[in-house]
Every structure is written in C-alpha cells, then in structure tokens.
Ligand binder design. Structure first.
Ligand SMILES: *[C@@H]1O[C@H](CO)[C@@H](O)[C@H](O)[C@H]1NC(C)=O
Ligand SMILES: *[C@@H]1O[C@H](CO)[C@@H](O)[C@H](O)[C@H]1NC(C)=O
Length: 547
C-alpha cells in the first residue's frame, strides 16, 4: 500500500466515522418536562419573563386543575365553575400557576403588544367577541373586556403591525378584518375582505380558517388562505397583488391544516434596501379529506411544501417535498434560521378524532442548503413517544429548546380515546444541543437591551474555544409567537446586519457589532430575543425591546 492510499483510507474511514456519528448524535432529543399541567396546551405564548401562558377552552368540561379558593366563576344563577382552563408555566422550575378565564377561548388567537401585554381575541359563545389581556407579573391574571371585537372571531388570525396595532383577520363566516386595541375611528370600522369568501372551499369544510398572515417589508400584509394568496394594503383596504395559486391541489388551512413561516429576513447595512421576504408553506391535505375522514376514509396528507418570494415582481412557487406526509404540523423558526416541522398526523383531517397515524419525527429544513432533484434540504430528527395530533402546539424557548404540548382530538378531556387528551409538556432539543461546537454565551449588550431602530449594538459573548479560529458568526432577532392550530402568529426572525466581523477581546471573549432593524416595518416595536450563532450553534436568547 502506498502512503497516498493509506492517507486516503484513513481519511475515508474518518469521514465515514463522522458521518455515522453525525447521524447518531445530531438528531436531537426529547424530554418530558411535566406529565400533567392540568389543561391541554392548545394555545401557547411565551412572555418576555420567560413564562409560558397556555390555555384550552372552558366548555371542554372539568380540567385537571382547580382555581384557587375564592376564584370560582359563577356562570349563571345555578352553575359555578371551579376549574381552571389556563395556566402559567415556568419552563425552568416547571411550576404551574392556574389562571382564571371566565368566557370561552376555544379556537381563538393572540399577540403581544409592544409593552409585552398578551392580547387574546375571540373564542366561542359568550367568548366570541371578548378581548382578554394578560400582563406578566407574579400575581397577574386575565382581564376580560366583553364586546372588545366588532364581530365574533372563532378560528381567526392575528398579526402585530408596524403601527403597534393588531390586525384580526377572518374567522368562521367572517369575511372581514378589524384592528385592536380600539382607540380610533378606524379601529371601530369593520373592513370587508371578499378574498376570504372566495377561498372558502365550502361552508362546512372551509379550508381557509386561521389564514396565514405575514408582514412584508413594504408595509403590506401577505395573506394566504386555502391555496391562494394576496398582498393587502390594510390601511386603504386594497388588494395590491394577487399571487399565483400554490400548485398541487392541496388545501393548507383549517381543517386541511398545513403550516406557514416567513423565512429569515436578511437585513443589510444599507438601510435603504428592503430585504427579500420569502414565505414557506408545508403540508396540508386534499380539499375534501375532512368529509372523507368523517366517513372513515383517512386520506394521506401532503408531502409538499412551497416557497414564494412575496416581494418579487413576478413571484413563482418553488415546490419541494418533505420526507414524510404531514398535516397539522407546526413550523418553528429556530434561532439559527432553520425551520423545525414538528407534531401532526400523516392521514385524515384536523378536527376531533379525524387525524390518523401521528407523525412522531420532527423534520429540520435548512432554507439555505443547496437544492436539487438529488439533494434534500430536509433532515429527519428523533421521534417523540407522544402523539400530538389536533390541538397540539410548539413554541421556541429562550434557551433554544422547543416546548411541545397539547393534543385533544376529543370533544372533552378523554383519556381513553384512540389519541387521548394530552396534558403533558415536552421539550425537544434540536440537533445544535448535541453538537461538539461550543455554544456562545451572551455576556453583555451595549448600550443595553432597550434598542432604537437603526442603532448600532455591540454583542459581547463568551466562547470556550479549543481551536483558535472563530467560526461563522451571525446574530438573529426572534419575535415571540402565539401558537395554535399549527400556526405561529407573529413568528418572525431577522438576521441582523453586521457592522464589522466578530473580534476577539481576550482568550475566550468576543464582540460582534450589528445594526438594529431600520424601521418598524421590519420589526414592529416590542419584545424580541437576540441570539448569537456560532457555526450553526445558537447562544441562549437575551430579551430586548425595540421602539
Ligand atoms: C387530576 O388528576 C389526578 C389523577 O387522575 C386526580 O387525582 C386529581 O384529583 C385531578 N385533579 C383535579 C383538580 O381534577
Ligand atoms: C372517550 O373516547 C372513546 C373512544 O372514542 C369513547 O368510546 C368514550 O365514550 C369517550 N369517553 C368519554 C367520557 O367521552
């Protein structure tokens, strides 16, 4: 054997070894955080104090957690309800605090205001026009404002706007939108949106509920429903663009539920240049799978995903296939900018008892990876043990884990059904947790955590570097989302423009200068988490506020 062959053999063996090791250790892991939080985490929001607010719905019957003494709700002269349907969960201590919801929040929506107050809107029956607010503090509870909405909102979507308001779009039999909280005449106006009627498959099987909303850097709102999309100038109530129909004959919104994310917005140092905005939508199923599932015929969900540059002059869908069929999957932007697709089922439809073959494996999608007929941007990750079908949720935590909860495919809490009501919370640890690359630790943000638009920000971080070379560094800014029905409202990730490359301060401390986003069109005023990413491994997030 020549020396050359030997070297080649050693190299080949080494790379095989790394590959094998890679496929074994880099698929992430699961951990059960709490077997029973008392309610099913059907709606979830992370607050800037790192607590999670979770709630299900009042008419689902007695939950597994009681309201504190003296807090029972008197529903009528004859009935009193002493069960809680909302909890505050602390992912660090794993403690739970029951909260008081007086009216029904079933299939509702929410968003964080600029000041960090959680605004929840709509629901069912007595709750259908209610707006509820929750301020983060040790003893705070829900405050309800009846008739806060102009019209009932059940299965509507919310998005925080650059002007600080929240737009609430659609809902069952609602072909319109409105703005909350209500302070001006325009907030007290109901705006018609015929697109929501046009995209409805049928009154019984709408396939366009919980429409997907994404802000575009030009100040408009992208709205996707069923298999079509528009760009809405919501101020002037004008459709400024009709996008091509998404190919494949697949419906993407409730009850043919798929999911959608705005891919990372890459900000440039030149503030006059708007970043490219691209939407990525995955999963769903054929339009009448709900009718068929009701008749006992569970149709395989779709594998297809589509990417659309919504800021392009002539946008065109670019289609890809996931390794697994999936509906009711959650799409979560990880701090690295990759997309995690998690939860859901491979057959059937959204709705009680209509999903089959839970998909236990999450899938990672790398938006920047090369793509061809032979190379996939997807990677299959480690499976959970717990089916998460209808009414399941997922949410990014500050430490980079993904909190997973819910699943209640029944009309009440039912622990003997085929897929029982889930009161548990799990954490999924994405592959970067098992990586050998050291994790950066943010030590200081200069001049502080209250950011101004366009401001230069110095991110100081610590890194245990065995090798001398610093790898690729970038800084991401993530908006906390409100998640329900496989859709994370307000989810957004910005890759901040670098002012200069990362510099070494001393043996294990570094600094990288970045620019805060230029305007509220790119990042509405409010709370965000900043992450330093080194060689694909994120730090823990630090909360900042921008205005
Ligand atoms: C919750 O479930 C446990 C176990 O089934 C039961 O012992 C407990 O009484 C339940 N709590 C409430 C408030 O229903
Ligand atoms: C729970 O679900 C099973 C299977 O669908 C059903 O037979 C049973 O009646 C349900 N139990 C309750 C309490 O609703």
């Amino acid at each position: 054997m020549t020396a050359k062959t030997l070297v080649f053999l050693i190299l080949a063996t080494c790379s095989l070894f790394t590959l094998a090791l890679g496929s074994q250790t880099y698929q992430g892991k699961w951990k059960l955080l709490k077997k029973n939080i008392g309610v099913s985490a059907m709606h979830m929001q992370l607050l800037p104090n790192d607590k999670i607010i979770a709630f299900d719905w009042k008419s689902s019957g007695p939950s597994n957690i009681s309201l504190p003494e003296g807090k029972c709700i008197v529903d009528s002269e004859t009935t009193t309800d002493c069960y809680s349907h909302s909890v505050e969960f602390d992912p660090t201590s794993r403690s739970i605090r029951p909260l008081t919801i007086k009216t029904d929040t079933w299939c509702s929506s929410g968003a964080l205001l600029s000041n960090g107050v959680l605004i929840q809107s709509g629901g069912y029956r007595l709750g259908e026009r209610v707006i509820r607010s929750f301020r983060a503090c040790a003893s705070c509870d829900w405050v309800e404002h009846s008739n806060g909405l102009i019209t009932p909102r059940w299965y509507a979507s919310n998005q925080v706007l650059p002007n600080g308001k929240i737009i609430v779009v659609g809902g069952v039999n609602q072909f319109n939108y409105e703005f909350i909280p209500k302070t001006s005449t325009s907030d007290r106006t109901l705006y018609q949106l015929p697109f929501l009627k046009e995209t409805r498959y049928s009154p019984l099987i709408p396939n366009n509920l919980y429409p997907f909303l994404h802000l575009t850097p030009d100040g408009n709102l992208f709205i996707f429903a069923n298999d079509r999309a528009i760009l809405l100038d919501y101020v002037n109530n004008k459709v400024v663009k009709n996008y091509p129909v998404m190919p494949g004959g697949v419906s993407r919104n409730y009850p043919s539920t798929g999911s959608s994310v705005l891919l990372p917005l890459i900000l440039s140092r030149n503030f006059n240049v708007n970043p490219k905005a691209e939407v990525f939508i995955c999963g769903g199923t054929v339009p009448d799978s709900n009718r068929k599932a009701n008749a006992g015929d569970f149709i395989p969900a779709s594998k297809s995903c589509g990417r659309l540059v919504i800021t392009a002059k002539n946008p065109r869908w670019e289609m890809e296939e996931m390794p697994l069929n999936r509906l009711m999957g959650d799409m979560i932007l990880l701090p690295t900018g990759d997309v995690l697709i998690i939860n859901g089922a491979a057959k059937g439809s959204a709705g009680w008892n209509l999903g089959r073959e839970p998909v236990l494996n999450p899938v990672l999608y790398r938006p920047d990876a090369p793509f061809s007929a032979k190379i996939s941007r997807f990677e299959l990750l480690s499976p959970s043990q717990i089916p998460r079908v209808y009414h399941s949720t997922a949410h990014l935590l500050s430490d980079g884990r993904v909190l997973v909860g819910g699943s209640n495919p029944n009309s009440n809490y039912n622990f003997t059904a085929l897929y029982p009501t889930e009161l548990s919370l799990e954490a999924f640890y994405p592959p970067y947790f098992s990586s050998n690359v050291p994790r950066p630790l943010i030590s200081k943000i200069n001049p502080g955590t209250n950011l101004k638009y366009k401001q230069k920000v110095s991110m100081h971080f610590h890194l245990d570097q065995r090798q001398k070379e610093l790898g690729k560094i970038y800084v991401t800014m993530v908006a906390p989302s409100f998640t329900t029905h496989s859709y994370s409202m307000n989810q957004m990730l910005l890759v901040l423009a670098l002012d200069s490359e990362a510099q070494k301060v001393d043996s294990s401390n570094y600094v990288v200068d970045v620019h805060a986003p230029a305007t509220a069109r790119l990042a509405p005023s409010g709370y965000y988490q900043l992450f330093v990413v080194h060689e694909g491994v994120p730090s823990k997030g630090t909360w900042v506020h921008i205005e």
